[in-house]
Ligand binder design. Structure first.
Ligand SMILES: *[C@@H]1O[C@H](CO)[C@@H](O)[C@H](O)[C@H]1NC(C)=O
Ligand SMILES: *[C@@H]1O[C@H](CO)[C@@H](O)[C@H](O)[C@H]1NC(C)=O
Ligand SMILES: *[C@@H]1O[C@H](CO)[C@@H](O)[C@H](O)[C@H]1NC(C)=O
Ligand SMILES: *[C@@H]1O[C@H](CO)[C@@H](O)[C@H](O)[C@H]1NC(C)=O
Ligand SMILES: *[C@@H]1O[C@H](CO)[C@@H](O)[C@H](O)[C@H]1NC(C)=O
Ligand SMILES: *[C@@H]1O[C@H](CO)[C@@H](O)[C@H](O)[C@H]1NC(C)=O
Ligand SMILES: *[C@@H]1O[C@H](CO)[C@@H](O)[C@H](O)[C@H]1NC(C)=O
Ligand SMILES: *[C@@H]1O[C@H](CO)[C@@H](O)[C@H](O)[C@H]1NC(C)=O
Ligand SMILES: *[C@@H]1O[C@H](CO)[C@@H](O)[C@H](O)[C@H]1NC(C)=O
Length: 516
């Protein structure tokens, strides 16, 4: 699969790229700077040294929309292998932040031309991006162009610009183009497959934030339940219930490792542990599990329900963390008293996009108001941001290949969100596996984290599928090291197959598991 290295035909100066145009856009500024033998270090990535590339940076607007979008393209000067890679964002951010730059540096070190984008949203510097500074034009009025830029338009813009820059610099278009993203980046990948199906040959859309308009208000449900109960349980109490579920269900898969491998088989009823003891450093002393804590955990696991007790959206699996900074049932406790601490991404979705009023007091929300907001979220945002069109036939017909992995212990996006989408795509086309493959990882958190296996080779598997035609039947998942430095390896199975322990042999070794 290796290509001869291709050298640039032209210099890294702005005039090399000045003929590039983009329909619907007007370029405001374009710069090109040669970097030679640079060393780049970004969070979550090792330092990459000895990099030589042309940094093309462009600022543009969609005339009439009063927006300002930025794209950065890094073109390797000495190691280009005729491939391009788009690097996605996270949270409410489209990319063009330090984490995306880490992905860019890795891609350039591997010979890819790399592209990332900010979708015109301000302050893309950090990972914990929030929409406060762009969501509303004024109270009551969402900036739908800004949301549309994030949702879809910027993805096509950035890709078309990057391909043109590649052609301007090397004299030919990339042979293969890939998208690489998780969470928001995974959603971007699926949007590309759905709406711009011929831009990428391969898409890695991990833990995708599809159906954002449903899970973002669905994930708010446990907070709503706490507000209704007017009780905000201690984290230790909530986590004690999770621990009880793991203790009850861990063994069902034949391996005691803290991972519930088959969530559907776990019928643990949390009401059975009401009154049980729990050691709590948050509280003054030992306490017992309250009825309220059980109701909150049921809300996390069961998912959102409306006033007729009908299911609105999915919940998390029972071994996923439910407290902590992005936990769905996080509370904030001082001196033995706890208060509400809603998950930030969901809180801003409700305030800015649904209530459209940052000063709204969500703590007094009624079930009727919750149901109204859910309906608004579905009606107003499915087409622009839902990213859940199950018809991938145009992507198939253009020869694209796509891989999604999703942790079964995801703490933010219920894995059922992805399963539901994939089942819908399968209903449209029974042969969807020919071009789109889904792998669940028991025990893996959101994108990474948790006790389960992280498929570090997923992108390479995608590349092999695109360039060699060999579709992956499993991905190898490797866990983070435990306190003794041990890792476990497990096969991630092609959905709908499930990982099972063969019944004997070292449970840290992948060969002792099968997919059935
Ligand atoms: C830009 O376009 C002009 C006119 O078509 C052409 O003469 C020139 O060579 C082009 N420049 C580059 C860098 O491609
Ligand atoms: C690149 O930089 C490193 C460290 O700064 C230096 O040791 C090396 O000699 C440089 N290589 C070239 C080809 O200039
Ligand atoms: C690339 O260019 C942009 C715009 O000038 C700049 O902000 C950025 O820091 C550059 N990136 C690197 C790695 O030098
Ligand atoms: C365009 O945006 C700028 C700030 O980004 C703002 O100051 C200006 O009022 C806007 N113009 C219009 C016509 O909305
Ligand atoms: C609480 O902590 C004590 C002392 O460390 C221990 O003996 C007891 O088993 C713990 N109880 C629970 C419910 O974890
Ligand atoms: C709502 O439905 C769930 C799931 O069927 C059930 O467990 C729960 O008891 C119901 N709640 C009420 C108040 O009926
Ligand atoms: C917590 O309690 C301590 C000691 O009673 C007191 O000094 C402190 O102000 C309290 N903090 C809060 C946030 O109430
Ligand atoms: C891809 O196919 C080529 C030619 O058949 C082979 O040499 C190469 O090893 C394959 N690469 C992978 C990663 O499968
Ligand atoms: C199981 O496999 C792991 C990883 O190869 C190894 O570190 C460990 O020592 C093995 N355990 C046993 C009991 O053989």
């Amino acid at each position: 699969m290796s290509f001869p290295l291709t050298s640039p035909l032209f210099s890294c100066i702005s005039s090399t790229f000045s003929n590039v145009t983009l329909f619907g856009a007007s370029i405001i500024e374009l710069g090109a700077t040669q970097l030679t033998n640079v060393s780049l270090a970004y969070p979550y990535y090792p330092t990459y040294g000895g990099l030589n590339f042309c940094n093309v940076s462009v600022t543009y607007t969609h005339p009439g929309q009063n927006d300002t979008l930025r794209v950065q393209v890094w073109l390797p000067s000495t190691t280009y292998t005729e491939r391009m890679q788009g690097i996605g964002g996270g949270s409410y951010g489209a990319g063009l932040n330090d984490v995306a730059f880490g992905g860019m540096a890795l891609a350039v070190s591997q010979g890819y031309a790399a592209v990332t984008l900010d979708a015109g949203l301000p302050s893309q510097k950090t990972v914990d991006l929030q929409p406060e500074d762009w969501a509303l034009l004024s109270p009551g009025n969402v900036d739908l162009y800004a949301l549309q830029n994030l949702a879809s338009v910027s993805l096509s813009d950035a890709t078309l610009l990057a391909k043109d820059f590649v052609e301007s610099y090397y004299g030919q278009l990339p042979k293969f183009s890939y998208w690489n993203g998780c969470s928001q980046g995974g959603r971007q990948g699926l949007m590309l497959a759905q709406q711009y199906p011929d831009l990428y040959d391969g898409i890695l859309a991990a833990s995708p934030a599809i159906s954002w308009n449903k899970w973002a208000i669905g994930d708010y449900y446990p907070t709503f339940v706490m507000d209704q109960l007017k009780q905000y349980p201690y984290a230790c109490e909530l986590e004690a219930i999770r621990t009880a579920a793991i203790n009850a269900c861990d063994e069902l898969d034949g391996v005691v490792d803290g991972i519930i491998t088959d969530p559907e088989a776990c019928n643990f009823d949390p009401s059975t542990v009401v009154g049980g003891p729990v050691n709590c450093s948050d509280a003054a002393g030992p306490l017992t599990i309250s009825d309220a804590a059980v109701k909150v955990v049921q809300a996390v696991w069961g998912g959102a329900r409306d006033d007729r007790n009908e299911s609105l959206w999915f919940g998390l699996n029972k071994d996923a963390a439910i407290t902590g900074s992005s936990g769905l049932a996080e509370t904030s406790c001082t001196n033995g008293t706890c208060s509400r601490s809603p998950p930030p991404l969901c809180n801003t979705w409700l305030q800015y996009f649904l209530a459209k009023d940052p000063s709204v007091d969500l703590s007094t929300m009624t079930q009727t108001y919750y149901d109204d907001l859910f309906r608004i979220s579905v009606q107003q945002y499915t087409s622009i941001y839902g990213t859940d069109d199950p018809d991938l036939s145009a992507f198939r017909d253009s020869g694209g290949k796509m891989i999604t992995y999703h942790g079964l212990s995801d703490v933010l996006i219920p894995p059922m969100t992805t399963q539901h989408y994939y089942d819908a795509a399968t209903a449209v086309d029974q042969s969807v596996q020919d071009y789109y493959r889904l792998f669940f990882s028991p025990g893996l958190g959101h994108c990474d984290g948790g006790l389960g296996g992280y498929p570090a080779g997923a992108f390479e598997a995608l590349q092999t599928w695109v360039e060699n035609g060999t579709a992956p039947d499993t991905l190898l998942g490797t866990s983070a090291a435990d306190s003794q430095g041990n890792v476990i390896e497990r096969p991630l199975c092609l959905y709908p197959k499930k990982q099972i322990y063969k019944g004997s042999g070292n449970t840290s070794v992948a060969e002792n598991f099968a997919c059935e």
